[in-house]
Design a protein around this ligand. Structure first.
Ligand SMILES: NC(=O)N[C@@H](CC(=O)O)C(=O)O
Ligand SMILES: [Zn+2]
Ligand SMILES: [Zn+2]
Length: 346
């Protein structure tokens, strides 16, 4: 039985760090294990211009714990006013690694997102020319569409038309939740990839709703039925390819989750690697963990793989805090509902 596993140091290709006291609280949780992360721009107000991204990057760097070796990879929040030249310059200078598309109203802090996709066409064309990836929150917002169908409908109505109209555009479907999405990415060729979260490998919609409503399992896109979770596991555990880890670790104060209208997001930064090792082991796929956490992501983003390694050790169940403190509030750490046995060796 394997009890030690050494892999290249992981990266997180979808992370929410927020700002201010929350940034201070959650950054150490990611910097402990991850070398780099794609930083989501959905602050209030959002990170829209290269100036915003440079300032946010400086705040993240200033918040790093002493000695932490962690590089934030910045993104811009695509709006109907985004200037293609600002995007191209931010890419050329190395400031940004991607642009993020939120359909307006699809998720937390997405009010400034895109309503009319024709209006962002010049930006998408410029991105295709320079090879800059577009990260996509892939859900339609049409009130007629059932929340559990919103990812699959987005692929047909929005994503596929955009990709056909913009040859060469490189796309990352973020936080994939359906077998429809897995199939689309698998068959979509070299210009499309997907991130998969830790929590969507663990929970299905029963975990969210059976026996009482669990606000800390509510995220967007919402967890789907079990067959979709199985498809996500198969994609994550397929080895080399275009599926990779984006935790979508999304901290919210408990007061905003445990309320009559709780907001969306699971906070997994603290125990993500322990959970991933456990679920890969459950499926007999520990030897594929490194591709998912540390190889496929940098390969798609055309960045070097990390040279450092981390060693995971299996032993007695791992202790991790149920909550972390964040500026007078608490943030609940995702509960995988099972004991975890793998820890990162110091
Ligand atoms: N995933 C979530 O449920 N929430 C994210 C937004 C997002 O990634 O869609 C957040 O910012 O809280
Ligand atoms: Zn999202
Ligand atoms: Zn997210």
């Amino acid at each position: 039985m394997t009890t030690r596993l050494t892999i290249r140091r992981p990266d997180d290709w979808h992370l929410h760090l927020r700002d201010g006291a929350m940034l201070q609280a959650v950054l150490p949780e990611s910097a402990r294990h991850f070398a780099r992360a794609i930083i989501m721009p959905n602050l209030v107000p959002p990170v829209v211009t290269s100036g915003d991204a440079a300032a946010y990057r400086d705040r993240i760097l200033a918040a790093r714990p002493d000695g932490a070796d962690f590089t934030p990879l910045m993104t811009l929040y695509l709006t109907e006013e985004t200037d293609p030249e600002d995007v191209a310059a931010a890419h050329a200078s190395g400031l940004i690694s991607a642009v993020k598309l939120y359909p307006a109203g699809a998720t937390t802090n997405s009010a400034s997102g895109v309503r009319d996709f024709d209006r962002v066409r010049p930006v998408l064309e410029r991105m295709a020319e320079i090879g800059l990836p577009l990260c996509v929150h892939g859900e339609v917002t049409d009130p007629e569409i059932d929340i559990f169908d919103r990812e699959a409908v987005f692929i047909d109505r929005v994503l596929d038309p955009i990709r056909r109209a913009t040859p060469g555009l490189r796309v990352v479907m973020e936080h994939l939740t359906t077998s429809d999405g897995v199939d689309y990415v698998r068959e979509g060729g070299a210009d499309i990839a997907a991130t998969i979260t830790t929590h969507h490998l663990v929970i299905n919609r029963n975990h969210l709703l059976v026996g009482g409503i669990r606000p800390h399992y509510y995220c967007l896109p919402v967890a789907k039925r079990e067959s979709h979770r199985q498809a996500l596991r198969a994609a994550a555990m397929a080895g080399p390819g275009r599926f990779f880890l984006g935790t979508d670790s999304a901290p919210h104060p408990d007061t905003a989750k445990e309320t009559a209208c709780g907001c969306a997001g699971c906070f997994t930064a603290t125990n993500t690697l322990s959970i991933l090792a456990e679920v890969f082991e459950q499926n007999g796929a520990l030897n594929r963990l490194e591709a998912f956490t540390s190889l496929n992501g940098p390969d798609f983003y055309r960045l070097p793989r990390n040279e450092e390694t981390v060693t995971l050790e299996k032993a007695a169940p791992v202790d991790y805090p149920a909550k972390i403190d964040a500026g007078g509030e608490t943030v609940t750490v995702f509960d995988p509902g099972m004991p975890l046995h793998w820890r990162v060796a110091q």
